[in-house]
Write a protein that binds this ligand. Structure first.
Ligand code: MG
Length: 162
């Protein structure tokens, strides 16, 4: 296998009132949350897909099917941890990851650092290797109308010779 592998991930969840909003492993104060089989952490789902994509291992739905009771309401941090087991099992480690969360509201700035620390801890990398960015879509499209949250993620893996 190559020394370096790159992957991208993308995920969307619909938002609905009264649900818990989890993003990047952090609970966000919000009147709406993601509709999901798991805890709906769309940021972690996109990140997992980037990590799996880097190694051409399919996607999160293949490894943690949403048809399975085992994963109903599951903390997505457990899915990221499981994904990292697959990455390590292939002999790779995370070089860095970059995540962009598109959400009209609420503002995510107060949570970004905690998300970075949480994700870095699970992936076993320094916080400086994990970027989390948030944007609105200027009220355009389904994100702008507050109907959903959309996340893009990119991850670089390197072959870990330790
Ligand atoms: Mg998802």
């Amino acid at each position: 296998m190559e020394d370096f592998r790159i992957g991208n991930g993308y995920d969307v969840h619909a938002l609905a009132p009264g649900l818990t909003l989890m993003l990047g492993g952090v609970k966000i104060e919000s009147p709406v949350g993601c509709i999901a089989h798991s805890d709906g952490d769309v940021a972690i789902h996109a990140l997992c897909d980037a990590l799996l994509g880097a190694l051409a291992l399919g996607d999160i739905g293949k490894h943690f099917p949403d048809s399975s009771d085992e994963f109903r309401g599951i903390d997505s941090k457990i899915l990221l941890s499981g994904t990292m087991d697959l990455v390590k099992g292939q002999g790779y480690a995370v070089g860095n990851a970059d995540i962009t969360i598109a959400l009209q509201a609420p503002k995510l700035a107060p949570y970004i650092q905690t998300m970075r620390e949480t994700l870095a801890g699970i992936m076993g990398v320094s916080v400086s290797a994990v970027s989390v960015k948030a944007t609105t879509t200027e009220r355009l499209g389904f994100v702008g109308r507050g109907e959903g949250c959309e996340v893009y993620a990119v991850a670089l893996l390197y072959r870990d010779s330790r």
